[in-house]
Design a protein around this ligand. Structure first.
Ligand code: MG
Length: 241
């Protein structure tokens, strides 16, 4: 009886000590999301490319001029990078990409493209199948900042998938970095970046605007790399920031 009273007292104390707004019971049902077919898109995703058109994208000076054919988007080399018309902050991105079956060139000349969050932080796209060259710039690298944990690349000509969680850098009122952003990346279902800390704009020291929502960029690096099934889910901030 005494022990039971102490126990009761302790649980009361726990309840009293919980800060205002805390939720001790996290067993309530969560929002339902239909995951869709394998590879998605899930029901709460914004589809950025569904195989039909580039209406959610634009070029640097007007409409995006890449080629859409048979449900596939292919870079028209020389027409420039394309960016989403909408800006995104914290997000989950799915994108499938294919290096041409016949790759020409060496090193970073082999089927180079890239995916830049906030037009600034690049996850490399490149033919890196069994590559022995510089891992800091191979497919799945946070460009020149973090090499991928492993090389899970398929052969040129085969479809590959990225599933990426991007946490945006956070800036204070003086526009100074308050918390670094991170990338978590799966290539073909294999973890290759695990909360990798973003060390600033990749490959440039130019400052990045502090806005939390900015466009996503696909890079024209002169190779006819293809894409399909591109979708994004907006995520709530981790800390309620
Ligand atoms: Mg690149």
């Amino acid at each position: 009886m005494i022990l039971r009273s102490i126990g009761y007292g302790l649980s009361l104390a726990v309840v009293v000590l919980l800060p205002a707004g805390a939720e001790p019971d996290r067993g309530e049902p969560t929002k339902v999301v239909d995951p869709g077919p394998p590879g998605g898109p899930p029901s709460d995703a914004i589809v950025l490319f569904d195989g039909k058109d580039l209406s959610r994208w634009r070029g640097r000076d007007g409409d995006a001029r890449w080629k859409v054919e048979d449900g596939v988007l292919t870079i028209a080399p020389g027409t420039g990078d394309i960016v989403t018309r909408q800006g995104f902050g914290d997000c989950q991105l799915h994108l499938e990409w294919r290096i041409p079956a016949e790759v020409k060139g060496e090193g970073e000349g082999r089927g180079n493209s890239g995916l830049k969050f906030h037009e600034a932080y690049e996850i490399q796209i490149l033919d890196s199948h069994q590559s022995r060259s510089n891992a800091m710039v191979q497919a799945g690298a946070v460009y020149k900042q973090h090499r991928p944990l492993v090389n899970a690349c398929r052969k040129p000509g085969e479809w590959q998938s990225y599933d990426i969680v991007f946490r945006t850098p956070r800036f204070d009122a003086e526009k100074k970095l308050a918390r670094s952003g991170t990338f978590t990346v799966f290539l073909n279902g294999v973890l290759i970046q695990d909360h990798a800390k973003i060390l600033g704009r990749t490959n440039s020291t130019k400052p990045v605007p502090p806005e939390e929502r900015q466009p996503l960029l696909l890079q024209d690096h002169g190779s006819p790399v293809s894409f399909r099934n591109v979708w994004i889910r907006e995520l709530a901030p981790e800390d309620g920031a």
